[in-house]
Design a protein around this ligand. Structure first.
Ligand code: NDP
Ligand code: MG
Length: 398
């Protein structure tokens, strides 16, 4: 019997890498549902190759999709729309595995729906966990979902932790001899830029990551180090540790994907070429291992690995994320929403690169932080933070 897979965000960078692995293992996996937001032709190509039962697109893309599918004689594929459609494929009883690869807050409800229906959930959509934190972790526990990290750093940490670490009692303290987690960061394309140089970098420069090929939003997040900030929060929730047990280490080669330090002086690292197919395959098959096309690491070719401290003067986003995690409650949601709005404005060339962190800081200082006791509260705060960030951007540009 094959495992039935739903890919939320199939047309994106993670979605495509996931399909590459599924293609290699047709005896193990079949595609039940795929979703897209704007790349409808690409979605129809995916349908042609993988023959899903259901696809989900926004309401206003249905006609376009129908035309493509008709040409391919795939009119029998069921088309669902909008957030309800995403939720319904994520929780569909015939689905075993959900790849959560929608970017940003838009992925929260479908990811949570997958968790609440006890699926194996491959978590790429870090923003969903940053926003919902304990609520998502608790839901995974309550509904026996297997929430497995796809983010390369968290997948690396998961591989370096003792077995069953995720099942143990959670109280913010590392357990089973773990002392701390070392979260590696490439430092992004502007690692050695001065503040003056950072002021004038363009979106085109920001989305050109030296080691990884990724979607636009996460590429900008990598350039500001907000990605590492979001990952710091993600690590605290996934591994149930307070932020002071997570040290960020800049490692420009992206060969070590993260490390776990133990009380006996051991530090375990997971290494590999920077290709998301490795963590995706790991999360898909865990506790087994399956083949990917990623070439084995050639250490003679790598030769040197460097490690430095992050500079939070030039990259304040990392500091803001740590502060938000420390503040707790709704602060991570406020941080995330403001960042999404600011990154979009930067990509549209409305604001400069350094404005991104300024908008986030301003929003954190102006939106009320409270207890994140329900998804409704989180979504309401997300909305308020987006409004506050937008008006800050308006002030900055006028
Ligand atoms: P992409 O931008 O490449 O893909 C995003 C996917 O989400 C696309 O399929 C897109 O559809 C869909 N999408 C976008 N907006 C919406 C929306 N409002 N509603 C429904 N679907 C939507 O992003 P990535 O694949 O790079 O990243 C996906 C997630 O994985 C992010 O959370 C990112 O942080 C995380 N991640 C990514 C890594 C990477 O290497 N790329 C590494 C680690 C984590 P369409 O393309 O059709 O518009
Ligand atoms: Mg990562």
């Amino acid at each position: 019997m094959t495992q039935s897979v739903c890919i939320l965000g199939a047309t994106g960078s993670i979605g495509q890498s996931t399909l590459k692995i599924l293609e290699q293992h047709p005896e193990k996996y079949s595609v039940f549902a795929v979703t897209a937001q704007s790349r409808i032709q690409e979605l129809s190509e995916i349908c042609k190759q993988f023959r899903p039962r259901v696809v989900v697109v926004p309401e206003n893309k249905v006609q376009e999709l129908q035309q493509y599918l008709a040409k391919l004689q795939l009119d029998h594929i069921e088309i669902l729309t909008g957030e309800d459609g995403l939720v319904s494929v994520a929780e569909h009883p015939e689905v075993d595995v959900v790849m959560a690869a929608i970017v940003g807050a838009a992925g929260l409800l479908p990811t949570l729906a997958a968790v609440k229906s006890g699926k194996r959930v491959l978590l790429a959509n870090k923003e969903a966990l940053v926003m919902s934190g304990d609520l998502m972790i608790q839901a995974a526990k309550d509904h026996q979902a297997l929430l497995l990290p796809v983010d390369s750093e968290h997948n690396a940490i998961f591989q370096c932790l003792p077995q069953n670490y995720l099942q143990i009692e959670r109280n913010g303290q590392p357990k089973l001899g773990v002392e701390k987690v070392l979260l590696t960061a490439s430092g992004g394309p502007f690692l050695n830029h001065t503040l003056e140089q950072l002021e004038n970098v363009t979106p085109a420069q920001a989305v050109k990551h030296p080691n990884w090929s990724m979607g636009q939003k996460i590429s900008v997040d990598s350039a500001t180090l907000m990605n590492k900030g979001l990952e710091l929060i993600e690590a605290c929730h996934l591994f149930s540790i307070s932020e002071h047990f997570v040290t960020v280490v800049v490692h420009p080669q992206s060969i070590i994907h993260s490390m776990v330090q133990y009380v006996d002086g051991s530090t375990l690292a997971q290494m590999g070429n920077p290709d998301m197919c490795t963590p995706i395959a790991h999360a898909l098959a865990w506790p087994e291992r399956i083949q990917t096309h990623v070439p084995a690491l050639d250490l003679f070719d790598v030769a040197t690995l460097n490690f430095t401290q992050p500079d939070t003067t030039r990259f304040p986003a990392l500091k803001l994320a740590r502060q938000a995690m420390r503040a707790g409650g709704l602060a991570p949601s406020i941080l995330n929403a403001a960042n999404e709005v600011a990154v979009a404005a930067f990509l549209e060339q409305k604001i400069g690169f350094l404005h991104i962190a300024q908008v986030v800081e301003h929003t954190l200082n102006h939106v009320h932080n409270g207890v994140a006791d329900s998804i409704d509260t989180i979504l309401e705060t997300d909305k308020l933070a987006r409004q506050a960030a937008s008006s800050r951007i308006h002030q900055l540009v006028s």
